[in-house]
Design a protein around this ligand. Structure first.
Ligand SMILES: C[S@@+](CC[C@H](N)C(=O)[O-])C[C@H]1O[C@@H](n2cnc3c(N)ncnc32)[C@H](O)[C@@H]1O
Length: 264
């Protein structure tokens, strides 16, 4: 699927503009996020001028979290989406007089990202109902039909076997559960493409070198965005994994897109 091929016994996939085995991609992606973990939140704000917060806000609006629900935030990193989910569920509960607590687990393959998230002071009030688990999207350490919602924000691009991960999401979701995949995507405004390319291939690696002392991880980031399938191709992959009522919402002219789907 996507750029994946199976010419030998080991499947190969893209790692940025390189082709590597799946195992090698997993190893290198771990290295990238171990390296950027300490500066991750700051770099997100700098690179996107804070716009990633609006994309996450709109993703949560679409999810419409409710009291008592359980979220698994896959590749959840430092916990932005899980935090927003719990806040929204609490607000919904206050409006309707339902004081059941929602809960969330952040599942990420990288212990360094989880450690950075655990240190966030703005997550302290949610400590009791927020779990942090080190795990791989392609082999989720959760029982069948245990989540009301699954989110994966800017994570699926880094997963070596996307279909396996999507199948895991479907296994773990309850019937009627919803999947929200927020990911960088392909621009729908061709006139802006050149400016976007110039920004991504020049400014972002430079900024990564300056702020995080790690140019190559940010070079991987921009290359991996280009390698990710376009909106309709990825939507077809979600359907192939058995999801229903899939939809795509483009953000900022397709710089990012929200793929939304239901499990039955
Ligand atoms: C760009 S960060 C996104 C973090 C967070 N979701 C956010 O939006 O701020 C991508 C995350 O995916 C995680 N990741 C990469 N491959 C993974 C995999 N196979 N399973 C679980 N997490 C993975 C990385 O460790 C990293 O924390």
């Amino acid at each position: 699927m996507g750029s994946m091929s199976d010419t030998s016994s080991q499947k190969t996939v893209s790692f940025g503009f390189e082709t590597v085995t799946e195992d090698e991609k997993v190893r290198r992606v771990k290295g990238v996020f171990r390296s950027v973990a300490g500066n991750y939140d700051l770099m997100n704000d700098l690179m996107s001028a804070g716009v990633h917060r609006l994309w996450k806000y709109d993703t949560l609006s679409r999810l419409n979290p409710q009291p008592g629900e359980h979220l698994i935030d896959v590749a959840g990193g430092t916990g932005d989406v899980a935090k927003g989910f719990l806040e929204r569920a609490d607000r919904a509960g206050q409006r309707t007089g339902n004081n059941e607590d929602a809960s969330a687990v952040i599942c990420d393959i990288n212990d360094a990202m989880l450690a950075a998230g655990r240190e966030r002071s703005d997550l302290k009030s949610f400590r009791e109902r927020l779990g942090w688990i080190c795990g791989d999207a392609t082999a989720l350490p959760f029982p069948d039909r245990s989540a009301d919602a699954i989110t994966i924000a800017f994570g699926i691009r880094n997963v070596a076997d996307r279909l396996k991960a999507l199948e895991e999401f479907r296994r773990v979701l309850k019937p009627g559960g919803r999947l929200a995949v927020l990911e960088f995507s392909h621009m729908t405004a061709p006139l802006l493409q050149k400016a976007y390319d110039t920004y991504s291939f020049n400014v972002i690696p430079w900024l990564g070198g300056l702020v995080a002392g790690d140019r190559s991880s940010y070079q991987y980031l921009v290359e991996s965005i280009r390698q990710f399938p376009d909106q309709e191709t990825f939507r077809a992959e979600i359907e192939a994994a058995g999801f229903f009522r899939t939809s795509v919402t483009n953000f900022s002219g397709g710089i990012a897109a929200l793929h939304f789907a239901w499990a039955v």
